[in-house]
Design a protein around this ligand. Sequence first.
Ligand SMILES: NC(=O)c1ccc[n+]([C@@H]2O[C@H](COP(=O)([O-])OP(=O)(O)OC[C@H]3O[C@@H](n4cnc5c(N)ncnc54)[C@H](O)[C@@H]3O)[C@@H](O)[C@H]2O)c1
Ligand SMILES: [Zn+2]
Ligand SMILES: [Zn+2]
Length: 370
Amino acid sequence: MKMRAAVLEEFGQPLAVQELDLAEPRAGEVLVRLVACGVCHTDMYSASGVDPSGYAPTVLGHEGAGVVEATGEGVTGLAPGDHVVTLFSPQCRECVHCVSDRTNLCLAIRDEQGKGHLPDGTTRLSRDGEPIRHFMGTSTFAEYTVMPEIALAKVSPEAPLDRACLFACGLSTGLGAAINTARVEPGSTCVVFGAGMVGLGAVAGARLQGAERIVCVDLSPERLALARGQGATDLLEGGPNVVAEILEMTGGFGADYTFEATGLVAVMRQAVEAARMGWGLCTVAGVAGKGETLDVVPRLLITGRRIAGSSFGGCKGRDQVPEFVERYLAGDIDVDAFMSHRLPLDEVNRGFELMEAQDGIRSVLTLSEA
Ligand SMILES: NC(=O)c1ccc[n+]([C@@H]2O[C@H](COP(=O)([O-])OP(=O)(O)OC[C@H]3O[C@@H](n4cnc5c(N)ncnc54)[C@H](O)[C@@H]3O)[C@@H](O)[C@H]2O)c1
Ligand SMILES: [Zn+2]
Ligand SMILES: [Zn+2]
């Protein structure tokens, strides 16, 4: 079939919206009509060419939501009409990691996905017979996508898809960092560094877990105001003195749980230093630049602080994204506050500009009629 998509032709250049060919789903694959897709830093990072594992041409986009149109042979868990959220982090439910409750890093399709292929090593995207690679296994800056069944979460049809798509990446990452990785305990004190989509999700996750005190740290007053809306009890301006301020607020000890959601290694270090001696757990969600390292004084670890990393918030996507969407429908998670701009596919580059200007939290592309 023919469809329109935003193609990264060359690094550092604007995406080019154009018509491409999309082949039918093969065994284990699903054709999804996309309705909405968030524009995320990872898309812009890949488009910039800074990412050493990046490639072009490819169709970017990974925060998609839509409706199943058709299924390939052997697909049993999804049927036409189902509403789905795309997962760059799949869940096969069979690999050694999927059957463990200690990690969400499914091993089933990692290698081929990293090369821009679907699991069978080929692509469904092409242009004049020339294959075009998939991005993060999703390629959702498009009217349609073909993806493996194991990378689609079936969500309630009650949820508007332009809200549901935000659970495809940053929001679930933040929620899951607090709920799965840190397993925040009721009554505890949390500090969240960064009030972008991931940090705000962590604030919401800490609130859902029953944290008593949630301190949010950012440089932007507008973003800190949003953190208040997600349940932050205290707001701090980031900077060199922030660790001392947090220690002072916590009787000299630090917080039970800290979260880093900026991608800056200097802030990661602050998040470690702001964790409580004895049992403080620092969860790192931000993605640092290539080659950067985290500098930590080992004594902080000897005296009981721990550091954990969290990819996609430790979420097993097919199980947990539908649960998060239910909690949103029940009124527990305010998703509307994250939707800052709506744009048509043709204005995808404007989405990148808004992100660079830190104008709002998320721009959401409207890809077809809900
Ligand atoms: N682990 C994962 O699976 C995963 C998934 C999505 C995103 N990420 C990463 O998480 C990070 C956050 O993503 P986002 O979309 O929320 O980004 P964002 O840029 O929207 O938010 C980052 C926030 O950090 C704030 N900040 C900058 N310097 C600061 C400082 N010194 N102190 C406190 N706050 C400061 C900024 O003002 C901004 O509000 C990025 O590194 C992103 O790549 C990780
Ligand atoms: Zn993302
Ligand atoms: Zn798996």
